[in-house]
Design a protein around this ligand. Structure first.
Ligand SMILES: NC(=O)c1ccc[n+]([C@@H]2O[C@H](COP(=O)([O-])OP(=O)(O)OC[C@H]3O[C@@H](n4cnc5c(N)ncnc54)[C@H](O)[C@@H]3O)[C@@H](O)[C@H]2O)c1
Length: 354
């Protein structure tokens, strides 16, 4: 990849794909093509960014333009197929979370990236949110002593369930952030999962999930998620994304010599206006003097550095993301069958992470 201005194609220009288009441009990349199965949507977003090449099919677009990297920001079910298409076309790939909806697909992407010699960066944005990143460093530096347990919680607006919550199990939308964080902190695969979802909530929003994870070395983690925040909850996400609502997330790390606690979206700025009550997110994709900043910009800068060969892909190692996909898959299985699920290591995993 030339160091000056990397070229990218955006696949999926919905709410988050359009935000990616802005952030990759602000980070110095040049968008040379856009693709979306919705022709009206791709026409409108391509016009907004003055992009000439557009299509409804990624393989057809890649026959005409060959970018340095493809950004996959489509619906979750198409991530694996599009990532492999882009890798086989010789491109680096940035894939929004979740990397895939099965561990088999995740390891297939891992293997393809290895065989074509291209990088895959997964949009596990929470790893770049300053409070989580600081906590992870503290744990790695031994500031809480031996890590015993993690507690993670993430609540979303109820209205989001109608917007996109139903297209995959919500575990793949919300819990995947926290499963990935837990894996980043422990740096081991999960060996056992037990999960339940609230039957009382099942009609309104079948998405109140509590999962217990056990890591190979004995650390335990709880991951909880509910999409029940009412419209009256202070808005945290009004702004750059074409979706407003609230995320309330918390994490604790408990060690033999200390405990760390944080809330992702703190209450350090509160706005009560005639338009409503806001607690603006200053961590994920805040407006930073007209430019999108925060975790999303750091994630894109990181991906560009990895693609340019300027740094190792060590902030989001791909095998850790494959562990996260396998764990989410086990959570969904545990919910469906109402039983504990034991995870066995994939042979491809033993090869790369031993
Ligand atoms: N990291 C985060 O915090 C975060 C936040 C929001 C969304 N996301 C992720 O971003 C992705 C997109 O979410 P969204 O909210 O923008 O959804 P969206 O529905 O607004 O956009 C998805 C777009 O992809 C298009 N599409 C679907 N299948 C396609 C295919 N095979 N080829 C080309 N285009 C296709 C759709 O037409 C749509 O325009 C999801 O994976 C979601 O989980 C991540």
């Amino acid at each position: 990849m030339p160091p000056d201005q990397p070229t990218v194609v955006i696949a999926g220009v919905g709410r988050f794909g359009a935000l990616h288009a802005r952030v990759w441009t602000e980070a110095g990349a040049r968008i040379v093509g856009m693709c979306d199965v919705d022709p009206d949507r791709v026409g409108a977003v391509a016009a907004r960014f003055a992009v000439q090449e557009k299509d409804t099919l990624l393989p057809r677009l890649l026959d005409r333009v060959r970018p340095d990297a493809v950004i996959v920001a489509t619906d979750e079910a198409s991530h694996a197929e599009l990532a492999i298409t882009a890798l086989e076309a010789g491109c680096h790939v940035f894939v929004e979370k979740p990397l895939a909806l099965s561990s088999d697909d995740a390891w297939r992407i891992h293997a393809t990236a290895g065989s074509v010699g291209r990088q895959v960066v997964v949009g596990q944005i929470s790893r770049f949110a300053a409070p989580y990143a600081r906590m992870q460093r503290s744990v790695e530096q031994g500031r809480v002593g031996r890590l015993c347990a993690l507690r993670l919680r993430r609540d979303f607006s109820r209205s989001w369930y109608l917007a996109f919550g139903e297209r995959v199990h919500p575990v793949w939308e919300s819990c995947i952030h926290d499963i990935d964080l837990a894996i980043a902190f422990v740096n081991e695969p999960v060996s056992r999962v037990m999960a339940i979802q609230s039957r009382a909530a099942s009609e309104a929003a079948p998405s109140v999930v509590s999962a217990l994870l056990e890591f190979e070395g004995g650390v335990s983690a709880t991951v909880e998620s509910a999409w029940l925040l009412p419209e009256s909850a202070p808005q945290t996400l009004a702004g750059a994304l074409e979706l407003s609502g609230a995320i309330a997330a918390e994490m604790e790390a408990l060690g033999l010599e200390g405990v760390l606690r944080q809330r992702l979206l703190g209450d350090n700025l509160v706005e009560w206006t005639n338009a409503g009550s806001f607690v603006p997110d200053l961590s994920l994709w805040p407006d930073d003097d007209g430019v999108v900043g925060g975790a999303l910009r750091r994630e894109v800068d990181y991906a560009l550095d990895v693609f340019r060969g300027r740094r190792a892909p060590d902030r989001i190692p791909l095998h850790q993301v494959c562990w996260a996909v396998a764990t989410a898959e086990a959570v969904v299985e545990s919910l469906h069958h109402n039983k504990a699920v034991h995870l066995t290591r994939d042979p491809r995993d033993i090869e790369v992470s031993s």
